[in-house]
Write a protein that binds this ligand. Structure first.
Ligand code: AMP
Ligand code: MG
Length: 344
């Protein structure tokens, strides 16, 4: 699709503007919509041409498949070859919500959505505006995060505009996102379920329903060159601000000593709440140390703020990779391009 000259600003507070978003989507347009995870860049999932325009607008590699969003559980069956009992159990427990389930796809799914995979990722979001837009469009919506490929995901409408103004038809402003990191992705297209991307639903929660769940090595570690991945999204540089982020592991006093001894122009800190005062460099906090959900909600906004403030180098306090913290760690270590400093 040709580039749009103007991106319409719509408000989710007005029912007729949600309908406008639905109409744009119905006619093959691209609309950024709020969900409980991050803002999604939506298109009609059953229209290969509309879906191709998502890749163009984001600069997304064509081999990175998209998640299809539904607003009713009964829309799922048409998108997949079959729904095994364990998939239905997962859906009953966690949908609507921040969980994406991968199954073998049905012929309805255009190749652009699945990007060459035999599977399709589906999510039933809980955000009332996301569901209202899907209803208004009357079709399932393919929607990756509504940012330029590689940059931090958008958790507010203004983040979407910072990246995509003029490249998409509209953005529907529904306020800040509650979860703040993308959905948990689990594949059931193999015998042992596998976590491909951590998110708001934790591995422990998945295991309560599924029993054994493998965690894909790419969740925590960099891929070896040429290694084949189940989730193509994991092989790309991701969630990265312009600044060079370095993840610092160690206790608070070691962190302070390390960062303070490197204070100079362009050096910034990404720390926990309440730690700014002890730092001799400008600092942005991304949540309280023990509050992984709060960290998830604020991380991407914090990364964008650091760029706006002119950060060149960012020393980031490493989150605890447990529970929802696993998702925070997964995003931050990618933002850092796996550059880690271990103190003592
Ligand atoms: P995003 O929409 O930007 O949140 O990215 C969607 C994520 O889901 C990417 O990491 C994709 O690689 C992953 N994904 C989507 N569909 C599939 C699929 N069929 N198989 C494996 N991973 C998928
Ligand atoms: Mg993304």
């Amino acid at each position: 699709m040709e580039q749009q000259s103007r991106t319409l600003r719509l408000s989710a507070d007005r029912a007729e503007e949600i309908q406008t978003a639905g109409n744009l989507l119905k006619s093959g347009g691209l609309v950024a919509i709020p969900t409980e995870t991050v803002y999604g860049l939506a298109a009609n999932a059953l229209d290969g041409r509309a879906v191709a325009a998502i890749f163009a607008a984001k600069g997304r590699p064509m081999d990175n498949p998209l998640i299809v969003h539904i607003s009713q559980l009964d829309q799922w069956a048409a998108l997949v070859s079959e729904i095994p009992p364990r998939a239905m159990e997962l859906a009953n427990r966690f949908w609507p919500g921040p969980l994406t389930i991968i199954l073998p796809k049905s012929p309805l799914i255009p190749d652009e959505v699945s990007a060459g995979q035999a599977t399709v990722a589906v999510r039933f979001p809980s955000h009332p505006v996301a569901r209202a837009v899907i209803d208004a469009a009357g079709v399932p919506l393919a929607a990756p995060s509504a940012n330029l490929s590689g940059s931090p995901s958008p958790t507010e409408a203004q983040h979407v505009l910072a990246d995509l103004d003029g490249r998409i038809d509209a953005v529907l402003d529904g306020g800040p996102c509650r979860v703040g990191v993308e959905s948990t992705v689990v594949t059931l297209a193999q015998e042992v379920p596998r976590l491909l991307r951590p998110g708001g639903i934790t591995p422990e929660q998945l295991s309560q329903v599924l029993g054994r769940v493998e965690v894909d090595p790419a969740v925590m570690n960099p891929l070896a060159a040429g290694e084949k991945v189940l989730s193509p999204g994991m092989k790309y540089k991701h969630y990265s601000p312009k600044a060079n982020v370095i993840l610092v592991k160690g206790n608070l006093s070691a962190y302070l000593e390390y960062v303070n001894s490197r204070a100079e122009e362009g050096v910034f800190a990404l720390c926990y709440d309440g730690e700014q005062e002890a730092l001799r460099v400008p600092a942005v906090a991304y949540g309280a140390k023990q509050d992984a959900a709060g960290q998830a909600r604020h991380l991407f906004d914090a990364l964008r703020k650091l760029d706006q403030m002119g950060a060149k180098v960012v020393y980031a306090r490493s989150p605890q990779p447990k529970g929802v913290g696993l998702a925070v760690y997964n995003r931050l270590i990618r933002a850092a391009g796996f550059e880690v400093v271990e103190l003592g």
